[in-house]
Ligand binder design. Structure first.
Ligand code: FEO
Length: 170
């Protein structure tokens, strides 16, 4: 049986992952408005991954005999100064999420909850990939600067992103 403390923390993480979904959907909407459809496509897939992250935790809580209490979401920003600023916000957000996941692992160790520790390892690895993916695009955007041709080519590249296998990782 999962402890009340750990249950509440995982329940809060469901909310954090759904909040991530909402932030990425907001960034996708910003790109859509700018006719950067490849950037928007990349963000839509990212948003979908976040929903899947939330569902992983949701299902785990039910597997452990706990129930989920859905919490309110905050409205995401609607405007960014540039594509670079939008991706920098995404990276900052992922760093925050990584910290929350690490805190959950610490709590699972404290509570001697081995199934939760094992469950969370997937998220620890996933966060490394998520931070790297956002940082990679930031570096490319910095190289491109304001050059429209560079933004156009990067938009075409990001349009190639495929959904993760099983829709749950990547
Ligand atoms: Fe679910 Fe991007 O962290």
């Amino acid at each position: 049986m999962i402890s009340g403390k750990l249950r509440d923390a995982l329940n809060k993480q469901v909310n954090e992952e759904l909040q991530s979904y909402y932030i990425y959907l907001g960034i996708a909407a910003y790109f859509e408005e700018k006719n950067l459809n490849g950037f928007a496509h990349w963000m839509h897939l990212q948003a979908e991954e976040e929903r899947n992250h939330a569902m992983r935790i949701y299902n785990f809580l039910y597997d452990r005999g706990a129930r989920v209490n859905l919490l309110p979401l905050d409205a995401p920003p609607a405007e960014w100064a540039s594509p670079l600023a939008a991706f920098e916000e995404a990276l900052d957000h992922e760093r925050k999420i990584s910290g929350l996941i690490h805190h959950l692992v610490d709590l699972a160790v404290e509570e001697k909850d081995h199934p939760t520790q094992a469950f969370l390892q997937w998220f620890v690895n996933e966060q490394v990939e998520e931070e790297a993916a956002a940082d990679d695009i930031i570096q490319q955007l910095k190289l491109v600067g304001d050059a429209p041709t560079g933004i156009f080519l990067l938009d075409r590249e990001l349009a190639q992103r495929q959904p993760a296998a099983g829709g749950e990782s990547g």
